[in-house]
Design a protein around this ligand. Sequence first.
Ligand code: XMP
Length: 508
Amino acid sequence: MIIIVDFGGQTAHLISRRLRDLGVSTHLIEPENALSEIEKVKPQGLIFSGGPASVYEKNSPTIDKKVFSLNIPMLDICYGLQLRSHLLGGKVKPGTKEYGPVKIKLVKQDSKITKGLPKTLTVWMSHGDSVLSIPKNFTIVGSSENVRYAFVTDEKNKKYGVQFHPEVEHTEFGNQILDNFISICGIKKINHTIDPKTIIQDIKQKVGNAYVIGAVSGGVDSTVAGTLVAKAIGKQFIPVFVNNGLMRDDAELTVTTAFKPLRIKPVVVHVEPEMLRKLKGITDSEKKRKAIGNFYVEVFEREMKRLVLKNQAVKFLLQGTIYSDVIESKGTKHASKIKSHHNVGGLPKEMKLQLLEPLRELYKDEVRVLGRKIGLPENIVMKQPFPGPGYAIRIRGEVTADRLSKERQADKIVIKELEKAGWLPKVFISFPVMTDAHSTAVKGDGRFFGEVVALRIIESKDIMTTTWSRLEYDLLQVISSRIVNEVPGISRVVYDITTKPPATMEWE
Ligand code: XMP
C-alpha cells in the first residue's frame, strides 16, 4: 500500500483514486502525525500531495523532516516537492505562476520514473511558488519554460519530485508516471472495481428498519444514490424532489421516470415563488448559496415533519454528494475553501436527520460507471451535471424572475444547438452565464445597452480539471445569433476559453 500525505491540495484525494484504478491500496494521512503513522503502517511507497499554502509562510502545513529521508520510495507533488526542498536545504520562493497546461521537456529519459514517456509532454500545473534550488542528490529530469525543477529525481534513494500534477486527467502520461512509481515501489496490483452489491449491502446494514428520505434532483449523482438506496430498502425509501424553480425543465421528469421501474413514486414539492422571494436583493455568490442551501433544508425539514407524522421511522436524509463537492467545500484539514457546495457546506448544524451519502468518496466518472452497472439508462447516466443552487449561480448579481427566464431561454438554445450539431455527448457541461456586464448593440437602427452572456462549454471526466470545447466557429455563430436575437435584453455573446485550473467551471 501507498500512503499519501495530504497537504490540502484540491487533487490529493484524486491521487488515491488514480492509484485505486491502477490496482493499489492507499491511505490518506495528515502531515502532523505522518512519522508515527508511517512507522505503524509500513507502506511500500509515499506520495506527498500539493496544497494551497506557501512553505515559507507561518503556520503552513509541515512535516517531521525525518520522513523525507526514510528508506521508502517517494513521489513529491507540487507543495510536497517545495516542502522537501525547504526543509532539506533547498530554496523556495514566489515564482512564475503557472495554472493549467504547460509543456515540459525531458532532458533525461533513463530514469525508472520516466519509462515510456515522450521527450515533451503537456502537463497541468497549479502553483504560485517555485523551487529555486533542490536538495543535494537530486538532478533535473525535465523543465518547463518557466520552471527549472519541474521534474527531478534522486535515483539512488528512489525519491522523485514533480512540480506538476500527474494525477489530473489532462496531464499527458500522468497515469504512466504513477504506474512507474508503483513499479518502483514493487507493489503487486489487485483489482479495486467498485461493486454496487457491496454499497447496497452497506446501506441495508446502516439503515436497518428505518426509513430514508432521499433528496433527489434529477441529476446523475442523486439518481444513482437514490436507485442504490431503493434497491437496498425498497419502499422504505421516499425520494423527495424540491422544485425551487432554479433547475432545468427536465429535472422533474427525470425524477419521476427514474424511480418508476422500482415502483417508487417521488414526493414533489413546489416552492418556486418562495425561493425567488428568499433570493431578493442578494448579489453575493456565497450568500446566494447559503440562502438556497438553507431554504432547501428548511423545506426538507417541513416535508420531513409531515412525512414523519405519517411515518415515525424516517431517520435518514440521502444526498448524492460526490468527492468533488466535498473537496471544494474544504473537505480536508489543509484544503482551501473554494465555494460552499450547497449539499456540503450549506447544511445548518441543527439538521435533525442523519446524512446518508453513499457516493461521498467517488468521482463523477465512477458514479456514471456505477449508474450503468445498476441498469440506469444512458440518457440519465450521461446527463450533464447541474449545480445544486441551479441557475442562481449562473446569474451574476441578483436573481430576478426576469433574469431567470432569460437564463433559462439561453440555456435551452445552447443545449438545442449542441444537440443538433452532435456535440452534446462530447461536452461535459454547457451553459450560458448572465454576466451582469453590459455593452452596446445596435438592434434595428437603434442603440441598445444590454447584458453580456458568456458561454461556458467544457470537457472533463472527473470535474477536477477541464478544458474548453473547441466548437466550430459556425456553431458558435449560430448560438450567438440565436441568443442575441431571441433572448430579450442581450447585447453580446462571448466565449469563455479558460481552463480549470485556474477558473472553476461555474462563474460563481
Ligand atoms: P466548479 O464551478 O466548482 O464546479 O468547478 C464543479 C462542479 O460542481 C458543480 N457546482 C455545484 N454543485 N452546489 C452543487 O451541488 C454548488 O454550490 C456547486 N457549485 C458548482 C458545477 O456545476 C460542476 O459540475
